[in-house]
Design a protein around this ligand. Structure first.
Ligand code: PLP
Length: 339
């Protein structure tokens, strides 16, 4: 086998040994099978290709000091995928089947779970899509659920570092009563124009506002938003954001640390009052925000005055990572240790 340079991984695709698949037809899911093929074939009129019947998940496996492999909050991902399936009328995957496929794919690719010391992890990408032909707009009758894995490097190569983000009021990611709460590919297609534009301007992410009034913070591209002030962790409540499992975990940890936690609408102007702000998601855990430029109205909200991450963001980040890697006790039962 090739040797992998664990300290030099990026967040990209690397071929591993196997992916795991199960197919749905006639109301039944097939027994999950591992394959080494990286290809999928399907009917050219498959609903995923025409009408966007596709949803995905993102999670990670971590290797601890004890060399054991840990999965973080797998059940939450299973439940969220079910919500996404309901949201765009796809066959739901049973929780047990989801978990079986995840465990199988990680075990089959165990040699790709990076060593503890590298700070890297095995990224797990489950996806589900409609495969049967339809020309009129209606849900497929057949689906494929597939999970592949790829080792990814630590998100912060040069250390935990704040980056600039941007509000671009000419773009929306999701409609108030649309699909924003589901983890579906279509939402990402809707965010490409703004994302590419933001990157060209030197920003790491777009901070979306609520599409109806453009008054409140929704989320940061592929990550949720939180702000910190007066020993309080504040995160938006909205009908168009994706319920992040990282955010849910950080809210719990903030509470454990004795902080107040608020989930409520956040006016854009309130950004001026936050001592710290961050984006949170599986990829980075926390990505501290240096500043947010609200381009159209020419306003800037500055957070890390000295360019360094805030104290509480760092504490939350360290705590969550310690639980994921098994350095701290898993008091909330978030971790599945593979045998
Ligand atoms: C996946 C995702 C997140 C982060 O969710 P986690 O469960 O924390 O990884 C946030 N926003 C959007 C739009 C997402 O797709």
């Amino acid at each position: 086998m090739d040797t992998i340079n664990w300290s030099n991984l990026s967040f990209g695709y690397m071929k591993t040994d196997y992916n795991v698949r199960t197919h749905y037809s006639n109301g039944q899911w097939s027994k999950p099978e591992a394959t080494s093929s990286e290809e999928v074939t399907m009917h050219m009129a498959a609903t995923c290709l025409h009408y966007g019947q596709e949803a995905f998940e993102g999670m990670k496996a971590f290797r601890g000091k004890d060399k054991k492999v840990r999965l973080f909050r797998m059940r939450e991902n299973a439940l969220r995928l079910q919500k996404s399936c309901q949201g765009i009328m796809m066959a739901e995957l049973p929780i047990e089947l989801f978990e079986e496929c995840i465990i199988k794919v990680v075990k089959e690719n165990e040699r790709f779970v990076p060593p503890y010391e590298s700070g890297a992890a095995l990224y797990i990408r489950p996806l589900i899509y409609g495969t049967s032909p339809q020309v009129g707009v209606s849900p497929a009758t057949e689906y494929t659920f597939l999970v592949f894995v790829t080792p990814v490097g630590p998100y912060f190569k040069e250390g935990f570092k704040p980056t600039p983000m941007v509000i671009m009021r000419e773009f929306d990611r999701a409609a108030p009563l649309g699909t924003g709460t589901y983890k579906v590919g279509g939402n990402y297609a809707a965010s490409m124009q703004s994302g590419v534009k933001a990157a060209k301007l030197g920003y790491s992410a777009v901070v979306y506002l609520d599409a109806r009034e453009k008054k409140y913070i929704d989320e940061c591209g592929p990550a949720n938003f939180f702000g910190i002030k007066d020993n309080t962790y504040i995160t938006p409540k909205s009908s168009s954001i994706l319920p992040s499992i990282t955010n849910k975990s950080l809210m719990q940890l903030a509470e454990d640390m004795g902080m107040k936690v608020e989930r409520r609408p956040i006016l854009v102007e309130e950004l001026a009052t936050f001592e710290e702000a961050g984006a949170c998601g599986t990829a980075a855990v926390i990505s501290p925000i240096l500043k947010i430029d609200d381009l159209q109205v020419e306003k800037t909200y500055q957070f890390c005055k000295d360019g360094q991450p805030g104290r509480i963001s760092k504490q939350l980040y360290d705590k969550l990572r310690a639980i994921q890697y098994g350095d701290e006790p898993d008091v909330h039962g978030w971790v599945t240790i593979l045998d």
